[in-house]
Design a protein around this ligand. Sequence first.
Ligand code: TRP
Ligand code: ZN
Length: 876
Amino acid sequence: MAESPKTTHRADYAPPAFLVDSVDLAFELDPKATIVRAALALRRNPAAPADAPLRLDGEALELLEAKLDGVALPASRYLLGQDGSFTLLNSPAAGRLETTVRIAPEKNTLLSGLYTSGGNFYTQCEAEGFRRITFFLDRPDVLSRYTVTITADRDAVPVMLSNGNPDGSGAAAGNRHWVRWVDPHPKPSYLFALVAGDLVNVHDQFTTKSGRLVSLNIWVRRGDEDRCGHAMDSLKRSMTWDEEVFGLEYDLDVFNIAAVSDFNMGAMENKGLNVFNTKYVLAQPETATDGDYQGIETVIAHEYFHNWTGNRVTCRDWFQLSLKEGLTVFRDQEFSADQGSRAVKRIRDVRGLRAAQFPEDAGPMAHPVRPESYIEIDNFYTPTVYQKGAEVVRLLHTRLGAAAFRRGMDLYISRNDNQAVTIEDFVTAMQDASGVDLSHHMRWYDQAGTPEVTAEDSYDAATRRYTLKLRQHTPPTPGQAEKAPLSIPIAMGLLGTDGAELPTRLAGENAAQSGTRLLMLDEAEQSFTFEDVPAPPVPSLLRGFSAPVRLKGVPQGRLRFLAVHDTDPFVRWESGQQYAAAFMLAQVARVQRGEAPGFDTALAEAVTNTLAQADADPAFAAEALVLPGEGFLADQMEVADPVAIHAVRQAIRAEIGRVCGAALRETYQRLAGAGPYRIDGRSIGRRALRNACLAYLTASGDTALAAAQYDSASNMTDQLAALSLLADAEAPARAAALASFHAKWRGDDLVLDKWFSIQAMSSRPDTLEAVRALYTHPDFDLKNPNRARSLVGAFAAGNPLHFHDASGEGYRFLADAVIALDPINGQTAARLIGPLGLWRRQSEARGALMRKELERVLATPNLSKGTFEKASKALA
Ligand code: TRP
Ligand code: ZN
């Protein structure tokens, strides 16, 4: 690195020097040379110093002309900075600044700003992409009204979309045409969007509760029209849900969604024109799995919900990112919970949090939900900001209750509509609406790390008193050695020895309560005494995962009891998982000592019991059947041992498959041919259960069943489940299945991504060579983020066994890919490098090899600042 890139600090926030009341944008679209004219109605911000210069952000722009109030500016009136910015010298207090720039969408491989994909035009402006389109105060606290005129060739670009409502169209010189869009709502530049090209739309409509008719359109490439049904249906259900649950109604005449196959993330909530990765729009039973269907429902809802939480009320600066993301993830989680099984949704969300956020919080990139500093903001679209941020919002929901939370939301929106605000504004609205003092709650936003909670209890038969002593402790994280206690709601209940839920009365309370209650753990250590307890009870703690903490040290006997008896489905599932995890970790220790892993018949009994009761809730049963994952186990160890973990998990799965073979086979067969494919919760649950059975049977050595399911499957869920099992096996059917899958789907990008991923995640010994070979496969394309993730990401993040190969070849493969991708798309390269950063949790030898690769990345000339930040922080 010639020079270290600069760090932005939260404490340095200063209001913008100028405000932009309105923006007039005119685009002359051309893939090689697009002309962008921007007219900004500027005025000095009364909240900023009167002599602050007018500096506009810019990046990769070629300035053709600049005018102030209609008069061309000589070069002596402005400065073009090394960083691409434009500074007007002697700025007046107000004026109309017009700039004309040229950009090259076709050359934009970063996919930030205006770029082309398959010959069409798309934009991505969050977080700082608008400056790659025109000179602007590209920060979220500058809100403007936009008018956008787009001109392009009539044949090549028949469709031209932007934010807001359509406002005229017509013919232009040559074979060109123009359209105009007006967005009546003031918005920050990161919500600007333009989509144009040869697109077709699937149309529907929605009438809001106050009677506004909204035209709904999903824009896709010709041929994809018949794959938009689920996305459209999810959109309409999201619109209804937000009206019913939060009273929030859509506010434009049109709602457009455009799907694009080159996209850095999942989707983007641009005002009135959401842009989506095709992965989160297109689905048909033959091409998409149940997981894909659920992903679409969630992401469609998420982006739609941003219209109020993010767009109408936006962020003052990027440190407040979780203000919109944590809250909107919470909202999409609640939506999905209401569409199907709440318990199963919660289990999946907690699984996801633990798989991605807990390791992040324990690693070199650990940061608070509201970070203190960043080099590249794109690196902070993290599980901590999103998923932990959603948990922190959920804490308030749990603590205040649904009704007070709703009043808080109403107040938050009404107070802050059309403003750029902070996390304090959100918490203050919740506090004012509920009357509950929430000052202590702010610590959740400012302190990184996952708190550990332990419980100790005692029972006094003479006084019939039961005392529960709870302790909390948060381990240090980079830059935060000392941690203060957090305010942790522990949803709990007490079970009698017969398994029945006991009414509870805390000392000082007049009457007993039945069912789940809330204990607030605000201090490092606190005792809670319950009266009138007839016999020593079993405590059920952290029901519904009421806080993002690690509850440690619950004895195996209690876990077994809770797994069977608790009234809370989350705790039942969780106790089974924790029981299995503790047993598995003990076997890992045995393997490390050179002994063979043992088996616990209680695990087999649990499987048999789960299968016997599976009909009541097949989706829950499927979740209960899956053993804790390799990543979850690694995360519980001081020093991970990916090889031993994999060996133990495989051995136990094989043994369960053998011991429970009859019951698994019976369930598998009974669920066969469940009729036509449907995507309701019960049908999804039945497929998940059946495939969980298949996985155990295959693990026990029977690959014929998976081969037969692969051949006969009529939907992608069943076909892919079978293929991924075959991909791990030595079975003769394996090569044929992979080849036929490729031959059948080579024309379908999203399905082909699955083909790459399955092989990247295989546990077979030849996987590393296979992955290297796939990297040079004619269908591999590093430039396409979905494809890059499907091979490189799936291998590094989804195959701990081979990524951590003792030779270091797995690390080398990832570093090579990151170095190759960084100059093309630094954003995606920086995201892929993550797994290399977790070297502290690996053995000395592996850690040294990982650092060597990080150093090699860091030594690469002209590294993007995002990749520089990730690699340098990982080594710090
Ligand atoms: N705001 C988007 C979301 O959560 C995230 C996003 C989409 C994004 N594309 C991006 C963030 C590109 C950074 C860069 O819904
Ligand atoms: Zn979002």
